[in-house]
Design a protein around this ligand. Structure first.
Ligand code: ATP
Ligand code: MG
Length: 315
């Protein structure tokens, strides 16, 4: 089976407040729309690295959908699995940063076009064709996307394919009904797990990092990538621990760093790189992502990652 990476989930535009503060209870100056959606950012990064890849999603026949489709096509992503729903609206997210760097989101996902994802013929063909599935917790939170995501999970695993999983759980999504069971089902099928920070503890009662890692590896997960934001990242497997020191960059917009990190890691790891090399590039992809305003604006080509790594020789 030739390597082709599939993801399923939300496509959105992101609109960013240019002021810092708490939420959207007053009028704010805004910038955007930017192409977004965690699975979309992930797969855009995979495509930019030249790996074969596709996304199953759904957009409205509006400018927000067209903007996303054009970007994904330009960056090498197979968009045949993106249905265009006449008369419906493409998803959106408004984000505003607080002074301490934390974020407040207003989401329109579950009731947007992508919230009503269906198993089209194009989607079925991609599920049959792809060798690897990457799932994100955000896509498992909406019932429409969840059903198709879990169907693809079973199908691709049964055919001997592999699965990666980034919980990517925003506070605003945690209470979604049925989410917990879907996350457990996904983790059980996961080969490569990519939590950030405290997401490491979502599926364990362990009190510290090494116990949590040991428990997850014992469940059959082969690789764990722990994303540590401005502190870099670590890779754990049966062979032990590898660390990537953070690359010193100016953080202008952290949204999308984790998705870019994941896209780079999966694209390279599944196309011949060893874990150390894929981790080094993924760490660079995450660092480069935060230097650009707009979640998908900071995805990188291999030449851009090489240039960043050369400029920071110790990494
Ligand atoms: P998001 O869900 O917002 O896309 P995340 O929380 O999943 O992000 P982070 O841990 O914030 O993921 O970032 C992913 C990776 O990107 C980090 O592990 C690190 O390699 C890199 N990174 C992120 N922020 C910085 C930074 N300020 N400086 C250098 N590298 C960074
Ligand atoms: Mg994340």
């Amino acid at each position: 089976m030739p390597t082709k990476i599939l993801t399923i989930g939300e496509i959105l535009v992101e609109i960013v407040a240019t002021t810092k503060g708490d939420g959207f209870l007053e009028a704010q100056p805004l910038t955007g729309p930017y192409p977004s959606g965690a699975p979309a950012i992930f797969i855009d990064q995979v495509g930019k690295l030249g790996a074969a890849c596709a996304i199953i999603s759904r957009v409205g026949d509006d400018d927000f959908g067209t903007l996303n489709l054009r970007r994904l096509v330009a960056d090498g992503v197979d968009t045949n699995g993106i249905a265009i729903a006449p008369g419906e609206s493409t998803g959106s997210a408004f984000v505003r940063y607080r002074e301490d760097g934390s974020r407040r989101f207003v989401f329109n996902i579950a009731h947007s076009a992508c919230g009503r994802l269906e198993k089209t013929q194009a989607a079925a063909d991609l599920i049959h064709e792809c060798s690897h599935l990457h799932l994100m917790g955000s896509a498992l939170a909406a019932p429409g996307m969840r059903a198709l995501a879990l169907h693809a999970l079973q199908h691709i695993k049964a055919r001997g394919g592999s699965v990666s999983f980034d919980p990517n759980l925003r506070r605003e999504l945690l209470g979604a009904p049925g989410l917990h069971e879907a996350l457990q089902q996904t983790l059980t099928a996961t080969d490569i797990f990519l939590p950030s920070g405290d997401e490491l503890y979502l599926f364990t009662t362990a009190q510290n990092e090494s116990d949590a890692i040991a428990e997850l590896l014992a469940r059959g997960i082969k690789e764990i990538l722990l994303k540590r934001g401005e502190q870099g990242a670590s890779h754990y497997s049966a062979d032990g621990r590898l660390d990537a020191a953070p690359i010193a960059v100016r953080e202008d917009d952290p949204t999308g760093a984790g998705d870019s990190f994941g896209g780079a890691y999966i694209a390279l790891r599944l196309n011949g790189h060893d874990a150390a090399s894929a981790l080094r590039y993924a760490n660079a992809a995450g660092a480069r992502a935060v230097t650009r305003i707009g979640p998908m604006e900071g995805t990188s080509t291999l030449a851009e990652l090489d240039a960043l790594l050369i400029a920071h020789k110790n990494n």
